[in-house]
Ligand binder design. Structure first.
Ligand SMILES: [Zn+2]
Length: 180
């Protein structure tokens, strides 16, 4: 998915979870929700080196994406596999456990959501190895997030979901006010 969709979907799902009794405690403050959302899109900021590589080759060297994609350098893939897998998440989890325990669940959840949705929406050159380094073959996604039909419908669904969340928030506020 694109980075904005990652952020918004994470927010929608985390908002819904915050209404469920047993998991609400993990998302009961704005900071925890924010941590989950930042984790949900932030992992793609690690794609910056590849993005710069693609951008400069297209804008400066006048290549087109398909030419480029045939000969991405090996670091391009290595760096991608290193930060887009479940073991990387587990490693961050260990760090959070010892350092910032209250953000452990929100952040891990945001990262987990990101990798899991990427597995199914990344095809061809951006296929994932979600269990790297144990896994050597890539996983072919079901549909590319850039597929025009998928892109249109998933964004339509996202906009509807955001609207529902927004109205629910207004409703929540009104309920709270009536108790004051
Ligand atoms: Zn990603």
């Amino acid at each position: 998915m694109d980075i904005v969709a990652h952020a918004l979907w994470t927010f929608v799902i985390v908002y819904m979870l915050s209404k469920f009794r047993y998991v609400s405690k993990y998302f009961n403050t704005n900071k925890k929700v924010l941590a989950a959302v930042i984790a949900g899109f932030g992992i793609d900021l690690l794609f910056a080196p590849q993005f710069i590589y693609i951008y400069t080759n297209i804008a400066v060297n006048g290549k087109n994406f398909h030419e480029l994609a045939i000969e991405f350098p090996s670091w391009f893939y290595t760096w991608y596999y290193i930060n887009h897998n479940y073991f990387f998440i587990a490693l961050i989890g260990v760090f959070l456990y010892f350092k910032y325990k209250e953000y452990l669940v929100p952040i891990i959840f945001g990262l987990f959501l990101h990798i899991t949705s990427d597995i199914f929406t990344h095809k061809n050159v951006f296929q994932l190895k979600p269990f790297w380094p144990l896994q050597q073959e890539t996983f072919q996604g079901l549909v590319s997030w850039g597929n025009p039909v998928f892109f249109k419908w998933s964004w339509a669904l996202l906009v509807i979901s955001i609207a529902i969340v927004f109205f629910h928030m207004q409703y929540d506020k009104r309920i709270k006010r009536s108790y004051d």
